[in-house]
Design a protein around this ligand. Structure first.
Ligand code: GLU
Length: 295
């Protein structure tokens, strides 16, 4: 039997323009896919309209295009995939692996913010749906870069929200359903999401879905040592000068700086990068971003 072909992905939420940190995840996941001779796709995670910024989808796709990071398959939008999330929830409810919950944030704060049983003081207009996390739900997985990771999901996270009380699908549900439905074999993303992985694995198991390989890339820190994030309005990347930015990202991924010295275009830079990429050189720990963005 031939091995399953590698399929990686980059899955931004349209909460603002891409910054260096998001581009690092995009480039890193692209490099690992190319190194494995596999494909790479882009999925827009637009399931949280209150957090969405108008124009962010187009701006993110334009930035990826300027850096030559083109989805090998048509770009998918989570906002158009509700039927898949609905089916998954229906399956879990039918098997009593999920339940409707009326607990408010105030109700939960008396329980340390972790849901282990419903303590709702009153019925809410719309219930949330949660995954029933059994006592002793210990998950461990081997991250291809960060090594062995372990989490007691029952004690540290509690019953995971799948459908929010405001009616929106939760990230954890949509990401698990889509990674499986799209046949993603390797999830490569920023280390800020490593804490979510155990609950995603638990949800995969509840739905009878396969678990992909996981690799969490180093985070970029700003000059104060804080994580660069969209919410902190980190400087958007400058698409006008993509080659120096790609070279900077390449170095931040621990790769040999001389490998991309001679390239003159984005296409040539990516071609050289794909050929020279050495996964064993990937940096495990966070990287300080330059004060002045490269470019
Ligand atoms: N949409 C998530 C984000 O932008 C990433 C999801 C993932 O890679 O699993 O933070």
């Amino acid at each position: 039997m031939p091995a399953t072909p590698y399929l990686g992905r980059f899955a931004p939420s349209p909460t603002g323009p891409l910054h260096l940190g998001s581009l690092l995840a995009a480039f890193g996941s692209w490099l690992l896919a190319r190194h494995a001779g596999g494909q790479w796709l882009v999925r827009i995670e637009d399931i949280d309209p209150p957090r969405e910024v108008p124009g962010a989808v187009d701006s993110q796709l334009a930035t990826l295009a300027a850096f030559g990071l083109k989805s090998d398959l048509p770009v998918q939008y989570q906002s158009r995939r509700s039927h898949l999330y609905q089916t998954a929830i229906a399956q879990l409810l039918a098997q009593d692996k999920a339940f409707a919950c009326h607990c408010s944030r105030a109700d939960l704060s008396s329980q340390g913010g972790i849901h282990r049983r419903c303590v709702a003081s009153q019925q809410r207009p719309q219930a949330a749906i949660r995954l029933r996390v059994a006592d002793g739900s210990h998950v461990s997985f081997d991250d291809a870069l960060q090594g062995l990771q372990q989490q007691d999901v029952d004690r540290e996270v509690g019953d995971v929200v799948l459908l929010r009380a405001d009616g929106y699908w939760a990230y954890q549900l949509a990401v698990v359903v889509d990674d499986a439905e799209q046949g993603i074999t390797h999830v490569v993303r920023g280390a800020d999401l490593i804490e979510s992985t155990a609950r995603q694995i638990l949800l995969q198991q509840a739905l009878g879905l396969p678990t992909p390989g996981y690799l969490h890339l180093p985070l970029l820190l700003d000059s104060d040592g804080q994580k660069l994030s969209k919410s902190q309005a980190a400087v958007p990347v400058d698409s006008a000068q993509p080659v120096p930015v790609l070279r900077w990202l390449w170095a931040a991924l621990g790769q040999s700086p001389t490998a991309l010295e001679t390239s003159t275009s984005v296409a040539e830079t990516l071609q050289q990068a794909a050929a020279a990429f050495v996964p064993a050189r990937l940096q495990k720990t966070s990287v300080r971003a330059p004060l002045q963005p490269p470019g």
